[in-house]
Write a protein that binds this ligand. Structure first.
Ligand SMILES: O=c1ccn([C@@H]2O[C@H](COP(=O)(O)O)[C@@H](O)[C@H]2O)c(=O)[nH]1
Length: 244
């Protein structure tokens, strides 16, 4: 059954193994899954991922893993990176849509080689830490929402399962790519949390009301002295429709 809690992936961004293990144990069962990415993977690699996910539930299965490595390279290299991660059995993996259609197709094909247990491949569109001014500084003058929608269409046509986009583009991407295309949405901030480096943000309730499938929430949970309590507060606010 899908519940508000089951739709949240908590971003565990740390280089400290004990901190990650502790967070995993505390929030597992409160949120739907754990996202481990660049910072943790560079520090601890596959063994660290196994330690956090394997321990989080105290059983061999663990919570669903979102392995957020945002791969971006030539098609052969990205496909190799996806295949190398398959033994970790991630539920989701990320690539950058800016890598282009051949790279996205290669990633989707590499994931498909795992059969029924394959990870769903999500293409990052425009990072939620960027706004129109940031895009302009790298020579990108297309309005953000238009660029995100364009990249989402390209990702869908290239055979990937969904995209990572900000809550501000969820409704547009949903309309462009249909009900089965997975929308994984960071840039989520409860009204009581700091934006930090995120620029295109909404509250959890707003993002779900707009049509997000999954929410990625990190620091509002992991920065709290009681991460499980912070996650429960977010779930309660979603259930109340707070800020939606
Ligand atoms: O566009 C993107 C893509 C990925 N992320 C990742 O999500 C989390 C967000 O963490 P917060 O602490 O809630 O800001 C983080 O791991 C990013 O790498 C993103 O924010 N935006």
């Amino acid at each position: 059954m899908t519940t508000p809690a089951s739709r949240i992936f908590c971003a565990v961004d740390t280089t400290d193994l004990d901190t990650a293990r502790d967070l995993g144990r505390r929030i597992s069962g409160v949120v739907g899954g754990i996202k481990l990415g660049l910072e943790f993977f560079v520090a601890h690699g596959p063994a660290g991922i196994r330690a956090v996910i394997g321990e989080a539930n105290g059983d061999s299965k663990g919570p669903p893993l979102f392995l957020d490595l945002k791969l971006h390279d030539i098609p052969n290299t990205v496909a190799g990176g996806i295949r190398a991660a398959l033994p970790l059995k991630p539920a989701f993996m990320t690539i950058h849509s800016a890598g282009g259609p051949a790279m996205m197709r290669a990633a989707a094909e590499a994931a498909a080689s795992a059969g029924a247990e394959r990870p769903k491949i999500l293409a990052v569109t425009v990072l939620t830490s960027l706004d129109a001014g940031d895009l302009e500084s790298v020579g990108q003058r297309t309005p953000v929402a238009e660029q995100v929608t364009r990249l989402a269409r390209l990702a869908k046509d290239s055979g990937v399962d969904g995209v990572v986009c900000s809550p501000a583009e969820v409704a547009l991407v949903r309309a462009a790519c249909g009900p089965d295309f997975i929308l994984m949405v960071p840039g989520i901030r409860p009204a009581w949390a700091a934006a930090n480096d995120q620029k295109r943000i909404m509250t959890p309730a707003e993002a779900l009301a707009a049509g997000a499938d999954h929410l990625v929430i990190g620091r509002p949970i992991t920065g709290d002295a009681d991460p499980a309590a912070a996650a429960r507060r977010i779930v309660a606010e979603i259930e109340e429709g707070a800020g939606a």
